[in-house]
Design a protein around this ligand. Sequence first.
Ligand code: ZN
Ligand code: ZN
Length: 401
Amino acid sequence: MFKPFAGASLLALAAATAQADEDVTHFRVFVGDHTAAQVTAFDLATPENRWQFATTGQAKLFAVADGAVVVAVQSDADAVHFLHSGITMESHGDHSDIKVAEPKAFDAGLTAPRPFHLVDHDGKVVINHDKGGYADVMDSAALAKGTVEPVKFPQSVAHHGFVTPLGSAWLSTVAPPAPADGSAAPPRLGLQAFAADGTPAGDLAPCTAIHGEAFSGEYLAAGCREGVLTAKAGASGVDYRMLPYPADLPAGVTTGTLLGSTAMQMFLGNHGPDGLVVVDPADEPHFRRIALPFRRVDFVLDPAKPAQGFVLTEDGTLHRIDLLGAAITASERVTAAYSMDGHWNDPRPRLAMAGDELLMTDPAAGLVRRISTTDLSELGTIAVGGQPYNLTVVGGSGLDH
Ligand code: ZN
Ligand code: ZN
């Protein structure tokens, strides 16, 4: 159960929200600690407005329901907790209304066997339970109201995968049965359409070791050994298309993580540990690779400038990526080196966007760094303490009236 154990200044909050009918820009940052079972939230402009929430274990954080809800997925602790972010954005057509209140933990959470990938698509939030052989499907609008009423989507074999709605279908990754002798599981097989009760509704689309789902425009994309698989809702079911890695890309490396642009139909993925690839799901060339000088620590897309992304490499350098040109356009040292040798889950920085700033956790320094997207200069730091690790940001600009 989430329990707030520190309060923020109500006066400061009241002051920030008292000016009715005014332009309000308000970003709130949620940071999970690497080791301590807790999430710290603070307002970016006034970080003394701060809250802490106890979790069961280390949390990966996802902003869902247009940022009204933050989901804390705790894979190693078999737990999922939910928070009202306190910031709601409502579209009024020509402008958005923003309302700011205190963040608050839900009373209800989930307990499940190794919750992992979370998909937020088409009004549904779906969490795959890797050791449960099912996913929990929740309604975004209900979550925004504080209601957690998951519906189970059953899978034939428990595996590290994902489930998502796509048009009128449900898509799930498919894994082969685990070997009876207890040896390592063979790679995942691909993607398949199902009815909501888990009954197959289409043929398997092969995509060996499928991983790293993302959405952009009409497309879902995921990485495979043989290429990137795309899927979109067609006139008669799901249209799949395998985009094989071109021969002029380095051989033997693959894409396993993708980010989807919200304003252009385009994906940015990894290609091996020291490469990125811009993937156009519709038009040639489908792949344009960007070689990085060192291995990648984390990368993000800039929702405010859709042709722009950022990647941090293990030498502590942040690079700005131009997706249209598939090129690095600026590089600046922003932190100490964080070697990618060692465990994948060792404490290393994570990136998130907040308007025209990029935020980066710096676990070794106990900080969140604020970095200008214009010139990659440091705008300031926010001391969080502990080992700040995963983060998510909610909020934006709107009218309060
Ligand atoms: Zn309005
Ligand atoms: Zn994964």
